[in-house]
Design a protein around this ligand. Structure first.
Ligand code: FAD
Length: 392
């Protein structure tokens, strides 16, 4: 037969794995290809995720490093506010062991019937009458397979997106450059909380984070916007670490570097026989940089739409547009709003950030979410509402 698969998914991260699981469950012949030799490794993530993830995935005990009580947000002058985890819909509640988490997701896709090929890089894509021909390279040998639908779940630098001409490159103000150390031996800070530091001195255009992983360990990282400074994320992270007493005796176990899209969502992430899912479709939250949950949400929609398209014998762009419509409604609207909030916060001086954070000192939050945080900021500082619509 000409067409070997209903679905070839490029990338075995959360977006690819979840799309694969849903599609396989719905009966589609699915192949996931991953260029790395191991799913989930090396980890390029701070591993924080809201407990809402459980609406989609059962987080296994081994995949969970820490269940946190709340988030502590520091102003440039080092005052802080606490957001307590009282609501299961919280934005940051779990710190994962991302490698285990990603492997479990792929395991679930396999259990549902998906094929998986590791050390296999998708390198060329060609439209055919019935679908897409995909060239795969494994250990120097190449094979060509045909699929009715191609899913680009290949992350922030998506080759599928580029080659299929679905998107143009991210601009410098649309990609956060990140550096992170996994540190051990941290002393003198409450590791039942996640910690966030904002300010132009600390992290121009972004923030620094401490995400605890249990046993005096934590992901200590920083994201900056490269157009706001000529220094690297590594430079800012080193400085951040040197300036914190509680990190003085801590040691580095791992260093991680990577980019996160903080762009407004792609309006169109489909073409004939192609859909982009996860970071490849810029689905990370532009304000927080969090992308795991959105990748999974989009994977569910993409898997369902793939099934509908194949059943209707129509995998053309006009049909697949329903994926865009659903993902823009379920993910895009919030990301659009958070993009506006990000743009605004980036313009604020350290003095303005100090005053905004101190304006929240008396507020007790109902939930640990960025939406709640920004809504409270707007209620207390109404001038902000001219800049960012739709939060309240
Ligand atoms: P990825 O996880 O990037 O997966 C893409 C996969 O595709 C990779 O495994 C890659 O090897 C594979 N691939 C690429 N090209 C090919 C090819 N041609 N052929 C075959 N395989 C290919 N998000 C959160 O929710 N919480 C956080 O705390 C958080 N912290 C972060 C910290 C840092 C430093 C960074 C860089 C990101 C962070 N993110 C965080 C974002 C999060 O990691 C991503 O949003 C998420 O991984 C997106 O999932 P994905 O499946 O779309 O892409």
């Amino acid at each position: 037969k000409n067409v070997e698969y209903d679905l070839i998914i490029v990338g075995g991260g959360p977006a690819g794995a979840y799309t694969g699981k849903i599609a396989s469950k719905l009966g589609l012949e699915t192949l996931i290809v991953e260029k790395r030799q191991e799913i989930g490794s090396p980890v390029r993530c701070a591993e924080g995720v809201g407990k809402k993830i459980e609406e989609y995935v059962n987080v296994a005990e081994e995949a969970l490093a820490k269940d946190v009580k709340g988030a502590r947000i520091y102003s440039p002058s080092n005052n802080y506010i606490d957001m307590l985890e009282e609501d299961a819909g919280a934005e940051v509640g779990y710190i994962l062991n991302r490698k285990v988490f990603d492997q479990k997701l792929v395991e679930e896709a396999i259990k549902a019937g998906a094929d998986v090929k590791l050390k296999t890089r998708a390198s060329e894509f060609e439209q055919t009458e019935d679908g897409i021909r995909v060239k795969l390279v494994n250990n120097g040998a190449s094979i060509t397979l045909e699929s009715k639908i191609l899913i680009g779940a290949d992350g922030v630098e998506s080759l599928v997106g580029k080659k299929m001409d679905i998107y143009n490159n991210l601009k410098l103000n649309e990609i956060e450059s990140c550096a992170q150390f996994l540190m051990t031996g941290i002393n003198g800070i409450d590791l039942d909380y996640t910690h966030f530091y904002v300010g132009n001195e600390v992290a121009p255009g972004g923030y620094a984070w401490i995400f605890p992983k249990g046993d005096k360990k934590a992901n200590v990282g920083i994201g900056i916007l490269p157009n706001g400074t000529d220094k690297s994320a590594y430079h800012y992270l080193k400085k951040f670490v040197e300036q914190r007493e509680y990190l003085k005796n801590a040691k580095i176990l791992e260093e991680i570097y990577g980019g996160v899209p903080v762009a407004s969502p792609l309006e169109e992430a489909v073409d004939d026989n192609v859909m982009l899912v996860g970071d490849s479709a810029r689905q990370s939250d532009p304000l927080t940089g969090g992308g795991i949950l959105n990748a999974i949400k989009a994977g569910k929609i993409a898997g369902e739409v793939a099934k509908e398209a194949i059943e209707s014998n129509n995998c053309k762009k006009d049909f697949l547009k329903r994926y865009d419509e659903r993902r823009l409604e379920e993910i895009g609207q919030k990301n659009e709003r958070n993009y506006d909030a990000k743009e605004l916060f980036q313009k604020l001086s350290d003095e303005e950030l100090n005053s905004l954070i101190s304006s929240l000192e008396e507020v007790s939050f109902e939930s640990l979410s960025v939406t709640e945080l920004v809504s409270e900021l707007i209620k207390t500082n109404p001038w902000l509402s001219d800049e960012i619509d739709g939060f309240i």
